[in-house]
Design a protein around this ligand. Structure first.
Ligand code: MD5
Ligand code: FE
Length: 203
């Protein structure tokens, strides 16, 4: 079922659950060519969430800033192709949400352990902000921070569970958001961490 959480934000609780095994296998596979890394940000710090990417482009960050790149700066190679199961899931999300077809050319894969968080930020490195962003939560629960268009706007807390899918577009696309912390017990399959897939059309 589809829950409307805000203008331009819907949730499809548990929609990705039937894909979990195939997703885990595909992620394991692509990490061979694009391993987890903690990217540096312009402030000089490293991100506490570990990341990888697949698709035609990948999101990267270094001391100079954020950008999308066709190659993985760590290996100099093209990012791994988007696995078939990622595309299948995206097609399913498009059907169920009514907001497709999505033209995602990149999927950022975030891994959060007990210590990781993501501070409030906006996603605006994508060329055309009209395209929706799709987020898929896997494994351990997390408290997601959901703010407004201004950093100073009130921030709500959403609990994201294993298999939950969120779709953002239009009025919500540029809202400030972040991940406060993981919650609840370890997941029987994914363990003590949380994986998030973020599908975007970046180019
Ligand atoms: C996460 N990742 O749980 C989130 C899921 C990121 C990031 O925020 O940038 O890697 S994506 C949440 C998101 C995406 C686009 C717009 C909005 C939220 N929003 O307007 O709130 O690892
Ligand atoms: Fe973000």
């Amino acid at each position: 079922h589809v829950l409307t959480l805000d203008t331009g934000l819907i949730a499809l609780p548990g929609l990705a659950l039937p894909y979990a095994c195939a997703l885990a296998q595909a992620i394991q596979e692509l990490l061979h060519s694009a391993p987890w890394r903690h990217m540096q940000v312009p402030s000089g710090h490293r991100m506490s969430a570990a990341q990888s990417s697949c698709g035609v482009l990948g999101w990267t960050s270094d001391e100079h800033g954020y950008r999308y790149s066709p190659t993985d700066p760590q290996t100099g190679l093209a990012w791994p192709a988007m696995p078939a199961v990622f595309k299948d899931l995206l097609t399913h999300i498009a059907q169920e949400s009514g907001h497709g077809p999505f033209q995602a050319d990149t999927c950022l894969i975030n891994y959060y352990d007990e210590q990781a968080h993501m501070s409030l930020h906006q996603d605006k490195n994508e060329r055309d902000l009209q395209h929706p962003i799709i987020s898929v939560s896997l494994g351990r629960e997390a408290l997601f921070l959901w703010g407004g268009a201004k950093r100073s706007d009130p921030v709500r807390t959403l609990r994201l569970r294993d298999g939950d899918v969120l779709v953002w577009w239009g009025p919500s696309r540029l809202n400030f958001h972040g991940v406060r912390r993981l919650e609840g017990p370890a997941h029987p399959h994914w363990g003590s961490g949380r994986v998030n897939l973020t599908f975007r059309k970046a180019g």
